[in-house]
Design a protein around this ligand. Structure first.
Ligand SMILES: [Fe+2]
Length: 378
């Protein structure tokens, strides 16, 4: 009787790749991927790939491969090159899913009673304490809103705060904006009228991510600030009105911003979903909603759904109402948190907000760098 011995620890080769017996079970890896991601392909100093796969004369193929302890060793067929790849590294990066992202934190919905619980930080601590910066960015990722107190009454204070997480991200009207009553206003914000709940700059193809509003002076009668969580409202809308939700999450709608020297246009979805199909935010602005260029009979169903959602969003359940004080800066996710203000009496005092934006992706980058070792750090 013949007994055929099977080596369960052997690496098996095929034409296009090899199969490695990982502790989780055997897993296939493509030769291009293995060659391109050989640890020697990366420059330790620049932390970028220095290997150029386009320069290989023929498709990479292993001549032989074996395990040496916890390392996969590959001798390449057409190259005088050996790849040594840790099995732990293969287990993390080679399973066909996005690699773990410390900034991919679950969102926490909040409601109209959230104001006392809004995460608060001081300008001074964010400029000096990395642990507080980490907490601040985490609050922005999870809840999408925070208040920074103790802001010096200067233009520089806002720039310093924004630079804690990234660069100031200009829009087509410049790097900063000043919200007060203007002569010849080009925007409803620059009047003393009420401003309905909205997200900013929807007419830009990539609307800015994180918004900063630094209250420099606020002694007027009225003008209470309104803030609501688009994720909370849209999640509830999804449960109450699935067909309306679908219409708002699947239809591109035109937004505009037009005056003497500009004519910005972009198409956005009112409700935004992330790659998991979860609500990630909103784009909504009635004062910048363009004439909708969709078939009129489609609007028979879209417009009522839009109004049902708008009424829900404006209800007390979702809207925090408070007065931002001079010396405070509210920082929030412009793709998630809707904001507005009540009308105020322009002659009753002074109201001056100075604002800017940063990028959401850059904010997450700063967060990752604070909480994780990354791929290249020891
Ligand atoms: Fe705004």
């Amino acid at each position: 009787m013949n007994i055929v011995a099977t080596d369960f620890n052997a690496v098996t080769l095929s034409e296009t790749g090899l199969t490695v017996p990982l502790p989780q079970g055997p897993r296939y890896f493509n030769y291009y991927w293995l060659r391109d991601n050989c640890p020697t392909s990366f420059n330790a100093e620049t932390r970028e790939r220095s290997f150029d796969i386009f320069h290989l004369d023929e498709a990479p193929r292993a001549a032989a491969a074996r395990l040496e302890g916890d390392t996969l060793v590959i001798d390449w067929a057409a190259e005088d090159h050996v790849t040594r790849m840790p099995l732990a590294w293969l287990a993390i990066y080679g399973d066909g899913h996005r690699r773990p992202d410390p900034a991919d934190l679950p969102r926490k919905a909040w409601y109209g009673d959230h104001y006392p619980e809004v995460a608060r930080f001081s300008h001074a601590e964010l400029l000096s304490d990395k642990a507080r910066v980490r907490d601040w960015l985490e609050a922005l990722i999870v809840e999408g809103i925070s208040v920074v107190t103790g802001m010096p009454d200067s233009d520089a204070a806002l720039t310093e705060l924004a630079n804690v997480m990234g660069q100031v991200r200009p829009t087509f009207f410049g790097p900063y904006f000043d919200v007060r009553v203007h002569i010849n206003p080009t925007n409803t914000a620059y009047t003393s009228a009420a401003l309905e709940l909205h997200t900013d700059v929807p007419a830009e193809e990539h609307a800015p991510g994180i918004q900063f509003l630094h209250m420099r002076a606020n002694t007027v009668d009225g003008g209470r600030n309104l803030f609501g969580d688009g994720v909370a409202a849209a999640n509830d809308f999804r449960a109450i009105d699935p067909e309306g939700f679908r219409l708002l999450a699947e239809t591109d709608i035109p937004f505009f911003c037009e005056h003497d020297g500009y004519d910005m246009r972009a198409w956005q979805r009112i409700i935004e979903l992330d790659r998991h199909g979860e609500v990630s935010g909103l784009t909504i602005s009635q004062h910048l909603l363009d004439l909708i260029d969709l078939p009129q009979d489609f609007l028979d169903s879209w417009y009522p759904a839009f109004c049902r959602f708008g009424k829900l969003l404006q209800s007390d359940k979702y809207v925090m109402r408070f007065t931002l004080k001079a010396g405070e800066c509210i920082v929030f996710d412009n793709h998630r948190v809707v904001h507005g203000r009540a009308a105020y009496v322009a002659e009753s005092g002074e109201r001056y907000l100075r604002g800017c934006y940063t990028d959401r992706a850059e904010m997450r980058s700063t967060y990752r760098a604070l909480v994780s070792a990354g791929r290249f750090k020891a």
